[in-house]
Write a protein that binds this ligand. Structure first.
Ligand SMILES: [Fe+2]
Length: 190
């Protein structure tokens, strides 16, 4: 199955807030770089479509963790938070966060691409990736409190900003955080 096919299948699992989700995803897909952005400038999946592939990986891994550990957690919440946890990486409509680098004359001559595929857009007002994601989602979609916590703190204790959530994580956040780490450091490293 292609990444796009896996993605379309996952979106169908959102049923309770189907109309609102369709509207949100129409904005995400048509007005932001979500379908084409890389997942990073130079690390995991730093290529066109990398963000979508990463989001799909996280979503599938999160559903596996849910099935094994916590089937009582809403499947829909897993899909929404997994697919959109890194939405902040798109930047703003019309102002992408990741801009492709051009190869040097020498790299061009020898048929190589640039050594670092993308750089970060300096013209964006600084917001952390989770906060930008929340900014883009919250005015368009009725997130639950747990979904908001999961998106905002999904990097867990890797990030100093997240100290305040320590010991107060909801199960949805743990599922998302582990699925994200597993996808970055195991699935996508293969
Ligand atoms: Fe991620």
């Amino acid at each position: 199955m292609t990444v796009k096919e896996r993605y379309e299948k996952l979106k169908e699992l959102v049923t309770e807030r189907k109309a609102e989700f369709a509207e949100l995803m129409s904005f995400v897909e048509n007005e932001t770089e979500y379908l084409t952005a890389p997942a990073s400038t130079r690390f995991h999946l730093s290529r066109e479509g990398g963000l979508l592939e990463h989001s799909v990986n996280v979503c599938e891994n999160m559903l596996r963790l849910r099935a094994a550990l916590a089937p009582e957690i809403s499947e829909e919440s897993c899909v929404i938070t997994a697919l959109l946890h890194d939405l902040g990486k798109v930047g703003m409509p019309g102002r992408p966060m990741y801009i492709p680098n051009q190869p040097t004359a020498k790299q061009k001559q020898y048929g190589y691409g640039p050594s670092v595929p993308y750089h970060t857009n300096e013209k964006l007002t600084y917001l952390s990736v989770p906060i930008r994601g929340l900014y883009l989602i919250a005015s368009r979609f009725p997130l639950t409190e747990e979904e908001t916590q999961a998106i905002v703190y999904h990097d867990g204790q890797y990030v100093d900003d997240n100290k305040s959530v320590a010991t107060r994580e909801c199960p949805l956040l743990f599922l998302l955080q582990y699925a994200d780490s597993w996808s970055c450091f195991v699935t996508e490293r293969k």
